[in-house]
Design a protein around this ligand. Structure first.
Ligand code: GTP
Length: 235
């Protein structure tokens, strides 16, 4: 296996499947199966999931809501998704722990780095909820932060696009995909991989980012096995 410990970042929107809102149970089940394949190979897996399928702080703010209030709602949305994912993973027989950056102790463990690492070492999938616990930070930033804290080998950003292109592949059919690209080139070419806070945190800590299509069955396993899937951003 190419990787021993990885952090998988899933977007909340991905959980919607073909819906316009909320959680598609079939999509959740598919993801749980993909994740199971990887854990069966002994890969240590942590997950950060977004909350955009339920609430986005930024769009709340653009509609006149207080930004901090909106971000708090978004953080709670990630906890809802985390609980849903935990349930789906447990249905597949995977041991999991949900840790949250905001304390909701009756529902989930508080985030404690050392406990998270112990869970991973014991083969449990650790889901990190509530982002970084702070407003103005995205779940991408939370994902990079947690990945660094748990010493992950890479962050795997599951999206509906199969990598990073020179132009938006959903708008231009001549778009060219990169197999690898450096952090510097992403910035100099003006490409969007993550928000700047998340991206520079990753760069400064030499954490490779792999952008890949999570909706193609088998991709996650191929990726951790070292096959060329998606685009890797590295130094
Ligand atoms: P190890 O003892 O290190 O193997 O970890 P463990 O998670 O099995 O032990 P622990 O006694 O910490 O947890 C037992 C169960 O209680 C697990 O399902 C945890 O997720 C859960 N748990 C632990 N702390 C909390 C908490 O603060 N809140 C909630 N809701 N559950 C918790």
């Amino acid at each position: 296996m190419q990787y021993k410990r990885v952090l998988l970042k899933l977007s909340g929107e991905a959980l919607m499947g073909d819906r316009h809102y909320g959680i598609d149970p079939n999509r959740l089940k598919e993801y749980a199966k993909e994740i199971k394949e990887v854990t069966e190979k002994g890969i240590e897996l942590a997950i950060v999931i977004g909350g955009g399928n339920i609430f986005r702080g930024v769009s709340g703010a653009s509609n006149g809501m207080d930004r901090v209030q909106g971000d708090h709602m978004g953080m709670l949305a990630t906890c809802i998704n985390g609980l849903a994912l935990q349930s789906a993973l447990e249905d597949e027989g995977i041991y999991t722990r949900l840790q949250t950056a905001i304390q909701i102790k009756e529902i989930a463990e508080p985030y404690i780095k050392r406990k998270a690492i112990r869970h991973l070492e014991k083969g449990r999938v650790v889901i990190f909820g509530a982002g970084t616990g702070n407003p103005y930070f995205t779940t991408d930033t939370a994902a990079v932060l947690r990945a660094i804290e748990i010493n992950a080998d890479a962050i795997l950003k599951g999206t509906r696009v199969d990598g990073i292109y020179n132009v938006d592949p959903e708008k231009d059919e001549n778009a060219i995909k990169f197999e690898t690209i450096t952090f510097k080139d992403v910035i100099s070419k003006g490409l969007k991989v993550m928000d700047m806070t998340a991206f520079t945190l990753s760069e400064e800590n030499k954490l490779p980012i792999i952008v890949f299509d999570m909706n193609t069955s088998g991709n996650l396993l191929k990726l951790v096995s070292g096959k060329q899937i998606g685009t890797i951003v590295n130094h």
